[in-house]
Design a protein. Structure first.
Ligand code: SF4
Ligand code: SF4
Lengths: 97, 392
């Protein structure tokens, strides 16, 4: 969490609390609170992209070979991708430590 | 040129909205507000004003739609009453902090149960803390003038806050009065086009309504509250310019024969008209009674009220709302706070009157003044009394 104490007061907060910068949600690391993560079995994966479509935090990225990878900065571990994968190629495993 | 006509007050108010060249009206009908939006839907259908009328499925949707259209930069109006205002409640708290200058006419009506379509102030008092600027009209002329003033103030870039004009249901909304309707040229002179500070625009995207995490929520709330308090200057300026152009001067607190008064009645809304007659009657009898009317309810004009109360020894404060289990009515409580421990402050007694359309007559006002005078000598058990209620 950013140290807002140091930067925002009621006089300096934006008008109407609007966020004036588009696309700023990339700054919000939704992976912060993850307690489990998806692990993909490339043997089973058919590169359909269902996981990429369903992920609520757009954490999936397609790599050059057509497979999908998770960006753990944003993956919050909700498990939706594992639930939706038609090939059961995704397993949710607990985060260690 | 302005023209003086006999007109139903609801229609006069709707004419003000039309003359304000409104862009969007999302509305849902409810008694006694219906005539206002009915008339506006007609003038839009007739092509008299280039606006969008959105016949929404509920008041909750009406206010949601108002927020969206105001965010997109459209001059937005709606109107509601009673249960309808309560159905809006969830959304009513949103345009204030988000700085959407929506204008709404609230045609005050009692709340169920029991079912009542008649007038009192329970609806707006239940929504007192929604963070809108709120004024009260006593007459048809005021309803017309204050509506134009509301657009002017709400949309001023220094303010950018939603604003309510309250008019009493039936006793004001449905009566035919002589009202001087301003011409389009006159209104255009007073009310500039709406130019919002920010609006939703795909070419310049911004986010409105993000989450307020604990680190910024307090700051956001204080920023809104300070903006509401600071709107006072623009409210006064809006009234002054109105007076300069059209000759009718409005003030946050109005007085009637109050200069040397020992007892002051305090009222809000159309019963003030009857209260003035009561003051005349009492003055004729030699009683030193006067009247103070609250026109601006939020932000509350504390300094102006203190000045208006002058050297009066007793305030007989009328509330049109009975908050169950409270120490006294909302206006009574406001004034007790205002004067608490202020040296030389008046004794304050609170009367709940005119609930659910019960008439408040000249005699009732005289009774309040007499009772307040007696209470000043012998302190009553309760801080308020419900006037005219049958004790049997
Ligand atoms: S677990 Fe949830 S957040 Fe993480 S990649 Fe799967 S769908 Fe996205
Ligand atoms: S949903 Fe399953 S099969 Fe489809 S691309 Fe994602 S991991 Fe592969």
């Amino acid at each position: 969490m950013a140290n807002t104490d140091a930067i925002i007061g009621w006089k300096t907060i934006t008008f109407g609390c609007h966020v004036m910068e588009p696309g700023s949600s990339v700054k919000f690391r939704t992976g912060d609170w993850r307690s489990q993560r998806p692990v993909i079995d490339k043997e089973k994966c058919i590169k359909c992209g269902i996981c990429w479509i369903y992920c609520p935090d757009m954490a999936y990225i397609q790599t050059e070979d057509g497979f999908f990878e998770v960006n753990l900065e944003y993956c919050k571990g909700c498990g939706i991708c594992a639930h939706e994968c038609p090939k059961n190629a995704i397993t949710i495993v607990p985060e260690e430590g | 040129m302005a023209k003086r006509v006999g007109i139903e007050v609801s229609i006069a108010l709707a004419e003000a909205v039309k003359l304000a060249n409104v862009d969007v009206i999302p509305a849902y009908p409810i008694t006694p507000q219906t005539h206002i939006v009915e008339h506006l839907s007609e003038v839009i259908a007739n092509g008299e004003v280039d606006a969008e009328f959105v016949p929404v499925e509920s008041e909750h949707a009406a206010m949601s739609c108002c927020c969206g259209s105001s965010a997109a930069g459209a001059r937005t109006f709606t109107s509601s009453s009673s249960q309808g205002l309560l159905l809006m409640s969830e959304i009513l708290f949103i345009p204030g902090p988000m700085r959407f200058p929506i204008v709404m006419a609230v045609v005050n009506r009692a709340l169920s149960a029991p079912i009542s379509i008649w007038n009192d102030h329970q609806d707006i008092m239940s929504q007192r803390d929604i963070g809108w600027i709120q004024t009260f009209a006593d007459t048809g002329q005021e309803a017309f003038d204050l509506t134009l003033h509301a657009f002017r103030v709400a949309e001023d870039r220094r303010v950018s806050l939603p604003m309510i004009v309250n008019i009493d249901g039936f006793t004001l909304s449905h009566v035919v009065e002589a009202v001087e309707l301003l011409s389009q040229e006159e209104v255009d002179q007073y009310l500039p086009p709406f130019k919002p500070r920010y609006r939703l625009d795909p070419r310049k995207p911004i986010t409105m309504g993000p989450v307020g995490i604990p680190e910024v929520y307090s700051e956001a709330k204080v920023a809104h509250n300070e903006a509401l308090k600071a709107s006072r200057r623009v409210i006064l300026q809006g009234w002054k310019e109105f007076a300069d152009l059209f000759g009718r001067q409005y003030n946050p607190i109005e007085t009637y024969r109050s200069e040397d008064a020992e007892v002051l009645l305090v009222t809000m809304g159309s019963i003030s008209e009857t209260a003035m007659t009561a003051i005349d009657t009492m003055r004729d009898k030699g009683q030193k009674a006067g009247l103070v009317k609250i026109r601006l309810w939020r932000p509350f004009p504390g300094p102006e009220f203190r000045k208006a109360a002058g050297k009066a020894k007793i305030l007989a404060v009328v509330d049109r709302c009975l908050p169950p289990g409270a120490i006294c009515g909302p206006v009574g409580a406001e004034l007790r706070s205002l004067f608490y421990k202020v040296p030389g402050s008046p004794k304050i007694f609170n009367f709940i009157a005119g609930l659910g359309g019960r008439d408040v007559t000249v005699e009732r006002f005289e009774e309040m003044v007499d009772k307040a005078t007696a209470f000043a000598k012998k302190r009553p058990k309760e801080l308020y009394e419900v006037i005219g209620v049958r004790e049997k």
